[in-house]
Design a protein around this ligand. Structure first.
Ligand code: MRU
Length: 360
């Protein structure tokens, strides 16, 4: 489905040695690539959400650290650049994981060898992410095939956990792409995901490009759609999964999980192992990013003349609070869909995953 000529969210050109990312703040209205050529540009891309989504944040940071080492490969600069990248966004643990992967790959090398080794590792992590997401797709497809459905297989998702959030395939959307390719009559309910509208702006855009039928719905309509029997399952991604199976994902995920439980609809979370924080015992310990209140108080879109416009929604001086993520307790999650297989969202389930991953 994703040939090498197809779009991916981050491309690396070994000839020009350029890292380019799609500027996701401009989607769905414009598809523009952005060349990242300094540590500052990498940090800016992550913190302003030109790139976003847990796996993509991690891979971008890996290339960012490799770039920093090409300018100065000393221990001090390695530590400083890693700390600067780590501070860009707090919740997605893939960021910390990817920086650590690079650090481990270079720490015993002489400074002259570090930049090359870091770049090689960043490229390997990018390739691994693609392979892992495709495996998540295959494992999730098994769950979709087992669902009792009518003439349409109605999957609901929240935020964007498609290829825009990873490199290719995505996590939550990988099973959807696999199902579509396998000829299953899949249709996706895309919840808009206020305040930044990743569902409307990104998920609907990438599903449409792939020819997967989808319908955008207001976040608040999702519970009613479930009660009416119009949803066969919910699949979301994760920014950090605690060792007990609690899942942190885009704010609004928890409400969907509650509604799914009340309507006996399976609620699946798709994630690569790099999203598991083994040091975090439960969801209460996960740092929740709080973003600018302006995101709640305003909205952006095209005006009648096709110009991008941001407008205020609330009365002047209104107060707003903007937590960007929430925690869904493990007991609301039917299954964790990973590159290693499908596991119970529990400490035991994650230990089984670890055993499979390490071949123990
Ligand atoms: O704030 P964002 O857009 O980075 O949040 C992204 C999400 O919450 C995704 O669901 C999550 O990262 C999983 S991505 C495969």
């Amino acid at each position: 489905m994703f040939s090498t000529d197809d779009l991916c969210s981050l491309r690396w050109d070994p000839v020009s040695e350029k890292v380019e990312v799609i500027d996701q703040t401009l989607l769905p209205h414009a598809l523009r690539w952005c060349h990242l050529d300094s540590l500052q540009a990498f940090c800016h891309a992550i913190s302003t959400m030109q790139v976003r989504g847990a796996p993509l944040i991690g891979i971008t940071a890996a290339f960012g650290l490799a770039h920093a080492l090409s300018e100065d490969a000393s221990d001090e600069h390695l530590a400083r650049a890693a700390a600067t990248l780590l501070a860009t966004r707090p919740t997605a643990v893939n960021l910390r994981w990817a920086l650590e992967e690079i650090r481990v790959a270079v720490r015993h090398l002489a400074p002259a060898e570090r930049a090359g080794a870091a770049l090689e590792k960043a490229c390997a992590l990018r390739e691994e992410d693609i392979a892992n997401c495709e495996r998540i797709g295959d494992n999730g497809l098994q769950l979709l095939r087992a669902l009792p459905t009518g003439d349409r297989l109605n999957v609901m998702t929240h935020c964007n956990a498609g290829w825009l959030a990873a490199i290719q395939w995505g996590t939550a959307l990988a099973p959807v792409y696999k199902a579509h390719a396998a000829g299953l009559p899949v249709h996706v309910w895309v919840s808009e995901t206020r305040p930044r509208n990743q569902g409307t702006n990104l998920t609907a855009w990438e599903l449409q490009r792939a020819g997967v039928p989808c319908t955008i719905v207001a976040d608040n309509s999702c519970g009613q759609l479930m009660r009416q029997g119009r949803v066969d399952c919910v699949i979301v991604g994760s920014d950090r999964t605690a060792a007990n199976g609690d899942v942190c994902n885009k704010v609004g995920t928890y409400l969907k999980a509650l509604a799914a439980q009340a309507s006996s609809i399976p609620f699946y979370v798709a994630l690569p192992e790099s999203t598991i924080d083994w040091d975090c015992p439960d969801g209460e310990q996960i740092p929740i990013e709080e973003r600018d209140a302006a995101e709640v108080l305003s909205i952006a879109g095209l005006d009648a003349g096709g110009e991008l416009l941001e407008v205020n929604l609330a009365a002047a001086h209104s107060q707003a609070l903007n937590p960007a993520f929430d925690v869904t307790p493990s007991w609301l999650v039917q299954s964790l869909v990973t590159e290693h297989g499908n596991f119970a969202a529990s400490e035991e389930g994650l230990q089984k995953l670890r055993a499979v991953a390490t071949g123990a």
